[in-house]
Design a protein around this ligand. Structure first.
Ligand code: SAH
Length: 286
């Protein structure tokens, strides 16, 4: 087993690896946390699992015990050689060197029938990656991820929460998220600055009739552009917006019941209602 302090240190020493902060290289060293993640992921031998950021193979090793196939994507060439060496005798592992943010996963998903993702995600790509993948790849139904606590809070925040932003609203429209447990920063080597969280994200079909998802998302983005400002002022600061302040205030007053409301007070259903009311006006958006 890789998941313990001495084996991790040994691998890092043998392969002369100095963990790179820039790539969020924090390797899991706690077997209990690993087991809990694997339990939550409920992997069976029908599952073809994608792992992003394989590192030295800690999570990969546990996934390989349960899954039919594991498709592991790692950016760092040095870690790619570790993965290839550590798992050289296994034939149910596919190792790919790529930047997950720029990679087109479609061919891989089709070729290996990938249906799940389980990953300990690096801080700087987690938010964008999860959101993009949910939007781009309907075949992947569930994501079990270890992310920094603040990222987890942003993904799951509800109206008026401190971390409620455009991404929280958009995530609630395309997914259901279960917040499992907090993971101490001390179970990683090297230890990051903050704790992490384990989340299970299920893709939900976007099923609002006659709503163009991209335009709705644009409306949500501009609404949160100036989080502390009133909604009307955030919307008016968008150059594609053609209604006057009085007209916009009137609509917000009618739809939400308060023309001075801020975006952080609106639920996803409020945004749907607002969209339907301003539909004609945003028809021109590309
Ligand atoms: N899964 C391992 C390592 C997690 S650390 C464990 O749980 O111990 C995060 C990993 O993501 C690192 O190996 C890092 O090199 C990799 N990574 C960082 N940015 C990436 C990117 N853009 N694409 C793919 N992998 C990336």
């Amino acid at each position: 087993m890789i998941v313990n302090l001495s084996t991790t240190k040994k691998i890092l020493r043998e392969f002369d690896i100095k963990p790179k902060k820039r790539l969020g290289q924090h390797f899991l060293i706690d077997g209990n946390v690993l087991r809990k993640i694997i339990d939550i992921a409920k992997i069976s031998n029908d599952d073809n699992v994608l792992e992003i950021g394989g590192g030295i193979g800690t999570l990969t090793e546990a996934l390989l015990e349960k899954a039919k196939k594991v498709i592991c994507v790692e950016y760092d060439n040095k870690l790619i050689s570790v993965l290839k060496e550590v798992f050289k005798e296994l034939n149910n592992l596919i190792i790919i060197q790529a930047d997950a943010l720029k990679y087109d996963f479609n061919p891989l998903i089709k070729r290996y029938s990938i249906n799940k993702m389980v990953s300990n995600l690096p801080y700087n790509i987690a938010l964008t990656l999860i959101f993009d993948m949910l939007n781009k790849y309907p075949e992947i139904k569930s994501y079990i991820v270890l992310v920094q606590a603040e990222i987890g809070e942003r993904l799951t925040a509800k109206p008026k929460d401190k971390n409620y932003t455009a991404i929280s609203v958009k995530m609630s429209l395309i997914s259901e998220i279960k917040n499992y447990f907090r993971v101490s920063k001390n179970v990683f080597l090297p230890s990051p600055e903050v704790d992490s969280k384990v989340l299970e994200i299920h893709r939900k079909k976007f099923c609002y009739e006659q709503i163009d998802k991209n335009k709705l998302f644009k409306l949500i983005n501009i609404s949160f552009k100036h989080r502390r400002k009133k909604l009307v002022n955030s919307i008016l600061s968008c150059k594609d917006w053609e209604l006057s302040k009085a007209q916009t205030e009137k609509i917000i007053g009618e739809v939400i019941g308060n023309k001075g409301v801020r975006a952080e007070e609106l639920s996803s259903e409020d945004f749907i209602k607002l969209y339907r009311t301003v539909q004609k006006q945003i028809q021109i958006w590309k």
